[in-house]
Ligand binder design. Structure first.
Ligand code: ATP
Ligand code: MG
Length: 653
């Protein structure tokens, strides 16, 4: 008998791509057998597996006494130990003799460039840590960062980590309200920002937005301002006694600042989630466990090699930027490319130009970007030499198999493995992903759990479901990178993650596991469609739509229906094709042919764009409200473009 609340699988993907032999031969983990041995060894004694790694991989000012203390739902890892994340990212690299290696290669949107070796980065971080101390920041204080993608953002984070101050990075596109909310929630003492940031050729006045936010942030006493806009805009207004220029403070700061030994469980940062499913949550991460998890997952998944030029396109304002632009790569001694601006400035080939120029070897981006690249057309890619690439990755949403195939063919030249990485702000790092030298990929699947991670898919009754049956994705055992709570709200932490399925971390996503042990993320728990007694996943209907040559993006939601319970409503954006009644019918039939009658859309709505979070994820909950004809829609504070919503609502057919 099927478990209650199971989700029906309607899509089958049979394509498989084994790792190329020359890739596997040089990889850190070279075969499926090697991966399986590692995973099994870890699962046999998880605390021991992580403790052995922690001893080797982190610098300990004081060794830990116990790997794990688990008082559900609170985990403590490497208890009694003292370390420092900034030390592990910088001082440890200098001690290993990597001081001259490039830490960051940076390009601003206008084309200005910079680079920093590990020695140079260490010096800047030490100086800025002294600046923080001079402004009265101490261990445990919260520092709010609202900055462009510049090396100074990473420098500020590492300086906070060095003295044990807690950073809260806010994506530098959010409104003054959103900053004030987050500053209030974290009770931030210091704000760091820039005068301007560059986006699509425009200088955005960050400081002006911050001034508005600070008027409503009574806990913030001082503000440090990086000069980024130079002479391009009107000079940023500076409030005497409160506001200080970054470069003036740095002028006479000492480059000597030793890293403070911090308890393993000392808070490293607070980061608010994307808000795809509701009001953002202030996720708390701590020191040693997060550091170890970010470092090892970076090395395993991106198969890190010393000669790599690694580029993760995520903004540091998201967890992907925290873990895979800053902490994971730097604690591994990697060379990281950082780019400030938009992918389509001055034109749609900017990313490919950057890959060619910097000879990028590993490229990690989001499905929303890949869908935009497809829509913009292959001609932009073809102009550039991408032969330096050896590995590709995706994160943030499920990737529709046809978008995966395009990525594989056009960007990867059919030569680069693709790591589809499933994880969350809460998990701190990648939980499931192919290990590129070991695990054959299937388009649309994040394949298998990393060593030390034990997923379990359960039905509404909390019992594991069978092969290919969709259910709620949970994690059955604590892991070092897991969140340690929601900032200031234990009740919410327990309620969201630990109340529905006893003893297991509830991820909030649905998934199924196929006969080969491959995991397929099916969408959010809240987004499941209930059609004539069948529970259907969003991604399977969307992937069927995206496999039609006219479709660029699709979102499927349920709309109340008297007969079926819910009807399937889909929102579709097209690739330079005119929307017609004939196409609407064709799409309905196409879905029916691909996945069967139960998934056939009742409504097909053509849209110029879909509502997305600032991190580029489709906000299905807003579309659900629109499809149901509701007057007002839920929390829109993290919505990227308000006009999209207005257009969708006005577009009644
Ligand atoms: P909120 O929790 O506030 O609703 P959010 O869940 O969008 O926001 P994030 O932590 O940025 O915030 O996103 C994590 C989610 O992104 C996952 O739970 C999952 O739904 C989705 N996701 C991330 N990577 C993948 C992937 N490789 N495949 C499928 N889904 C993914
Ligand atoms: Mg979430």
């Amino acid at each position: 008998m099927a478990a209650t609340g199971q989700i029906d699988t309607v899509m089958h993907e049979s394509r498989q791509f084994p790792p190329p032999a020359d890739f596997s031969n040089r990889a850190r983990i070279k075969s499926l057998a090697e991966y399986e041995a590692m995973w099994n060894q870890a699962a046999a004694d998880l605390p021991k597996f992580w403790a052995d790694l922690a001893r080797d991989e982190l610098h300990w000012f004081k060794p830990f006494e116990k790997a794990l203390v688990w008082n559900e739902p609170y985990a403590q890892w490497f208890v009694g130990g003292q370390t420092n994340v900034s030390y592990n990212c910088l001082d440890a690299k200098l001690a290993e003799g990597h001081g001259d290696r490039l830490a960051f290669l940076w390009e601003g949107e206008p084309g200005d460039t910079r680079s920093l070796t590990y020695t140079e980065l260490h010096r800047e971080v030490c100086k800025f840590a002294n600046v923080l101390k001079k402004l009265g920041i101490a261990t445990g204080d919260r520092v709010s960062l609202y900055m462009p993608m510049t090396p100074e953002l990473a420098i500020a984070m590492l300086a906070c980590a060095r003295i044990g101050a807690i950073h809260s990075v806010i994506f530098a596109g959010f409104s003054a309200e959103a900053i004030a909310d987050r500053n209030h929630d974290s009770a931030a003492k210091l704000q760091i920002t820039a005068d301007y940031s560059w986006r699509r050729g425009k200088a955005l006045p960050l400081k002006a937005t911050v001034d508005e936010a600070l008027a409503k942030s009574p806990t913030v006493e001082k503000c440090i301002v990086l000069r980024r806009g130079g002479k391009t805009g009107p000079p940023a207004p500076m409030q005497a006694g409160r506001d200080f220029w970054w470069h003036e403070l740095m002028q006479d700061a000492s480059p000597e600042c030793s890293a403070v030994p911090l308890d393993s469980e000392s808070t490293l940062y607070i980061l608010y989630t994307s808000g795809s499913t509701g009001k953002p949550k202030g996720i708390k991460h701590t020191t040693a466990g997060y550091n170890l998890f970010s470092k090892k997952t970076f090395q395993w998944v991106f198969d890190h090699r010393d000669d790599d030029v690694y580029w993760c396109t995520a903004d540091i304002g998201w967890v992907t930027g925290h873990t895979y632009v800053v902490y994971g790569p730097l604690s591994s001694g990697a060379t990281v490319l950082m780019y400030e601006g938009a992918p389509n400035f001055p034109d749609e080939s900017r990313f490919w130009q950057l890959i060619e120029k910097y000879k990028v070897t590993v490229f990690y981006t989001a499905p929303t970007a890949i869908r935009a690249f497809i829509k913009w057309g292959d001609q932009h890619v073809k102009k550039h030499d991408l032969s330096s690439l050896r590995l590709l990755g995706t994160v943030g949403e499920g990737i529709n198999p046809e978008a995966w195939m395009w990525y594989h063919r056009v960007i990867g030249g059919e030569r680069c493995p693709i790591v589809d990485t499933w994880w969350q702000t809460e998990t701190g790092g990648i939980m499931m992903s192919p290990l590129p030298g070991a695990i054959a990929t299937k388009p649309g699947s994040c394949t298998k759990p990393l060593p030390g991670i034990v997923p379990s898919i359960v039905g509404e009754d909390g019992k594991p479901v069978g092969v290919n049956q969709g259910g709620m994705l949970t994690i059955a055992h604590p892991w070092p990178g897991m969140l340690r709570g929601v900032w200031g709200d234990n009740a919410r932490y327990k309620e969201i993650y630990w109340s529905k399925v006893p003893g297991k971390y509830l991820a909030g996503d649905n998934a199924r596991c196929d006969e080969d042990g491959y995991y397929w993320i099916m969408g959010r728990i809240d987004d499941v469609l209930k059609v004539s007694g069948h529970r259907l996943s969003t991604i399977e209907i969307e992937s069927a739509l995206v496999s039609h040559p006219a479709v660029a993006e699709a979102a499927a939601v349920g709309r109340p229906d008297e007969i079926k319970g819910e009807a399937v409503a889909v929102f579709v954006t097209l690739k330079n094709v005119e929307p017609t009644e004939a196409l609407r019918n064709e799409l309905k039939l196409h879905v029916r042919k691909e996945i069967g009658a139960v998934g056939q859309p009742d409504d097909v709505r053509f849209a110029a764009a879909l509502p997305k979070t600032r991190s580029g994820k489709i906000m299905r909950r807003l579309l659900r409200d629109i499809a149901a004809g509701k007057e007002t829609v839920g929390d829109t504070t993290t919505l990227e473009d308000y006009t999209v919503l207005a257009t969708l609502r006005g577009d009644e057919e």
